[in-house]
Write a protein that binds this ligand. Structure first.
Ligand code: DUR
Ligand code: ZN
Length: 132
């Protein structure tokens, strides 16, 4: 499952629209029944509207009705396995189980295996909203 998902994340780099950074990132998300969703980062001339590959694929899957996930893989041509930004970590914390595996790769055969809660410990979440 891990290798298959990482391969899909590498392929998903071709789905990116990254004319400003020239830094295409691919993400692949496996739904609870094994279906794989793929997404890339989608940039915009108004830079603050750029959307990372991780959020693209999560929003894509969720809005297709796939609401529970087995794992996420992310691929970019980085030195170290790519590190998801804070916004994506927050979205993962909202939509995925805390112990869901996340595979981060640089496409050179190096991969880190981590989890949603390790990427964002003490995440702000919907339960915090009840304590205000
Ligand atoms: O984990 C990451 C890190 C960066 N990017 C995108 C955002 C922007 O389009 C480009 C450069 O930061 O890469 C992702 O999609 N995922
Ligand atoms: Zn991000």
């Amino acid at each position: 499952m891990k290798e298959k998902l990482i391969e899909a994340a590498k392929k998903a780099r071709h789905l990116a629209y990254a004319p400003y950074s020239n830094f295409p990132v691919g993400a692949a998300l496996m739904g609870e029944n094994g279906k794989i969703y793929m997404g890339g980062n989608i940039e915009n001339a108004a830079f603050s509207l750029c959307n990372c590959a991780e959020r693209t694929v999560l929003f894509k899957a969720y809005s297709e009705g796939e609401k529970r996930y087995a794992a996420l893989a992310v691929a970019a041509k980085t030195d170290q396995p790519v590190s998801p930004c804070g916004a994506c970590r927050q979205v993962m914390a909202e939509l995925c189980e805390p112990d869901m595996p996340v595979f981060l790769t640089n496409g050179k055969g190096e991969a880190y295996e981590t989890t949603v809660s390790k990427l964002l410990p003490y995440a702000f979440s919907r339960k915090d909203l009840n304590n205000g």
